[in-house]
Design a protein around this ligand. Structure first.
Ligand code: GLV
Length: 346
């Protein structure tokens, strides 16, 4: 605690209008540039604060919070939270939150941008034009694939997957999906999506979009064996997480014509990108920006701020952080030196 205010650390520059809402209640320590903190640096940052707003670059595990005796909440500036060790945070009595929902539509839009861009070879065409190679265009040059009437497959049918499926109606595409659990019939109807097993999804999809969280079970959910089941004309889109796809196996399939194209926003070990992918023209690449619109990134910041405020008994959700990932931690948080106005409940 600095003076009589708790301290919140914000690990990256974000939207001032939202961070300002913290200032009446917290001393705000905001990083002024993007940085990748080494584990010891991260631990030192966390050791000095009562709350933290972090991004995916920050791996918050048992070692990171070992000395963070005052830390009560880690608010992730992302919907995915594979960077947080929730069990370690529960053990340390630290709440965790994410930014579920506010980014669904932006990410769904971006998945379509990658899908269409990869299908129509937009990355390669733009590179060609910029390289001054446009002297004349052959009628049969730059041929891509139509989407209308072709099958859209979605692996991972949470709210982002559903938003992607709804857009398929406008493109005249039948939708298949696979998910850990089947959706209720009314949601399937609204999305006009048919549940199939994973093998059928791989076999039947002309365009396959990945929107599942990265967990030990989903690591390399699309590897060499799965790619071998896909149509050689298929296009793969990943807006979920690097690591869900085996990037080396994907690059080999794209190089050898066993898959037509890919659109990738996420990579194993990013910001490093597998050099074999960089060498290919039939893959459209972007630097993990599917949620990056002004409105959505501002909304994500607002959600993180709301969760921090709530845990400390302030704001519209006082006492009840709305995006809590580990409610079990609250029993410990409730014994913290900053009791909420209203005791948090599970
Ligand atoms: C971005 O990848 C997120 O999980 O929000």
């Amino acid at each position: 605690m600095a003076g009589n205010k708790p301290v919140v650390w914000v690990s990256r520059p974000t939207f001032d209008s939202e961070i300002a809402r913290l200032r009446p209640h917290f001393e705000v320590r905001e990083e002024t540039r993007e940085a990748k903190f080494a584990p010891a640096e991260l631990a030192a940052k966390l050791a000095g604060c009562d709350a933290a707003i972090v991004g995916l670059k920050e791996r918050v595990d048992a070692a990171a919070v070992a000395g963070a005796t005052r830390l009560r909440i880690v608010a992730n500036l992302a919907v995915g939270y594979d960077n947080l060790d929730l069990a370690a945070l529960v053990a340390a009595g630290i709440a965790a939150s994410n930014t579920a929902d506010v980014l669904n539509e932006s990410v769904a839009d971006y998945a379509w941008a990658l899908l269409l861009g990869a299908a129509r070879r937009m990355g390669a065409a733009e590179r060609w034009l910029r390289a001054g190679q446009w002297h004349a265009t052959e009628f049969k040059e730059w041929l891509g694939a139509d989407v209308r009437g072709h099958v859209l497959g979605i692996l991972g049918m949470g709210r982002i997957g559903q938003a992607i499926a709804r857009r398929a109606q406008g493109f005249g595409m039948p939708v298949l999906y696979h998910n850990r659990s089947r959706l209720p019939a009314d949601v399937e109807r609204e999305c006009r999506a048919r549940y199939v097993d994973k093998a059928e999804l791989l076999r039947e999809s002309d365009f396959l979009v990945l929107v599942l969280p990265l967990t030990p079970e989903t690591r390399h959910a699309v590897g060499a064996a799965e790619l071998a089941q896909m149509k050689p004309t298929a296009v793969l889109v990943n807006v979920a997480r690097g690591g869900i796809v085996d990037d080396a196996a994907l690059a080999a399939a794209l190089r050898e014509g066993r898959l037509a194209a890919a659109g990738l926003d996420v990579f194993e070990g990013e910001p490093r990108v597998h050099p074999d992918l960089l060498a290919l023209d039939n893959v459209l690449l972007s630097p993990h920006i599917a949620s990056a619109t002004t409105d959505t990134r501002r909304a994500m910041t607002a959600v993180a701020v709301d969760n921090v405020l709530a845990l400390f008994g302030h704001g519209p959700h006082a006492g009840h952080p709305p995006n809590l990932l580990n409610p079990e931690a609250l029993a410990v948080v409730a014994r913290a030196p900053f009791p909420t106005r209203e005791e948090p409940t599970r």
